[in-house]
Design a protein. Structure first.
Length: 278
């Protein structure tokens, strides 16, 4: 997904190491971008049409419920292969808009789902994806939202960071995103960003916290690594069998989009950052 600095850190920056956007929604566009079909393979285009039809068939009440739509539209991706480094672009390589449902990493997965939840047409989906993935809708490596918390810290956001509201035990600290512990950069050419990150340590994730989480909440797995906010992302889904983390998993036993038991998963991590769709 990003320029490889080292294999582990590159995967971490793509948000998928399982070892461990306020403004108006973009208006739908009516003219299909000329390069849309060229940028999508047939499998992706067909699946996009199926997902748009699924959304259109949902009752109006459900369409107005972000969490239910995220659940509905994320589920058909279960079983999709995990593929790291899906996006194209770096300091040396021109950024390219990638739309490819054949393989997902954990961050492109939530990119696509969030764009789908309000999209009515192919062109609408593309426009929303561009604004979700890039600041100001500018398809440029330097404008890409490389970090999970970029979603809630841009001028126009699609989510609200609700982490601090979940518990009195949340921790807030300042991180210099993109800056390694040795002073180098994970992503050469990208400016370091000083940001306050609030996370809830896993020791304090209990029944009271779960009662406040909503289906469709985006979950970031916090990391203590300098210069990074999270190392994995997924979606909180409450099922009849209990809560799960729906995620594009790079774990050896998975390597696909799966529903992981939520508590088992997060209790083995440093903690969580929670973003809620607007």
């Amino acid at each position: 997904m990003y320029k490889v600095v080292s294999l582990i850190l590159a995967i971490a920056l793509s948000g998928c190491t399982d070892k461990i956007q306020v403004g108006q929604t973009p208006e739908p566009i009516t003219t299909l971008p000329a390069d849309l079909k060229a940028s999508m393979d047939n499998y992706t285009l067909n699946k996009l049409n199926q997902l748009l039809a699924l959304r259109a068939a949902a009752p109006a009440e459900q369409q107005q419920d972000s969490g239910r739509m995220i659940d509905l539209l994320s589920k058909p991706f279960l079983g999709t292969p995990y593929v790291a480094n899906m996006l194209i672009g770096s300091q040396e390589t021109p950024e390219k808009l990638v739309i490819d449902f054949r393989g997902l990493d954990c961050f492109t997965y939530i990119d696509y789902v969030d764009a789908l939840r309000q999209a009515n047409t192919q062109a609408d989906f593309v426009q929303r994806l561009i604004h979700i993935r890039y600041a100001n809708g500018d398809i440029n490596f330097l404008q890409r939202k490389h970090f999970f918390t970029d979603w809630s810290h841009q001028v126009k956001t699609n989510v609200t960071d609700i982490t601090a509201t979940l518990s009195p035990h949340t921790v807030t600290l300042v991180k210099n995103l993109n800056q390694k512990a040795d002073g180098g950069s994970y992503l050469p050419g990208l400016k370091n960003v000083q940001r306050s990150i609030t996370y809830l340590p896993s020791d304090f994730i209990d029944g009271q916290v779960l009662a406040q989480l909503h289906t469709g909440d985006y979950i970031g797995i916090y990391t203590h690594l300098a210069g990074l906010d999270v190392t994995h992302t997924g979606i909180y889904i409450m099922t009849e069998n209990g809560p799960v983390l729906r995620n594009a998993s790079s774990r050896k036993e998975n390597m696909q989009v799966v529903d992981s038991p939520f508590m088992d998963y997060v209790q083995a991590t440093p903690g969580i950052v929670v973003l809620r769709a607007k």
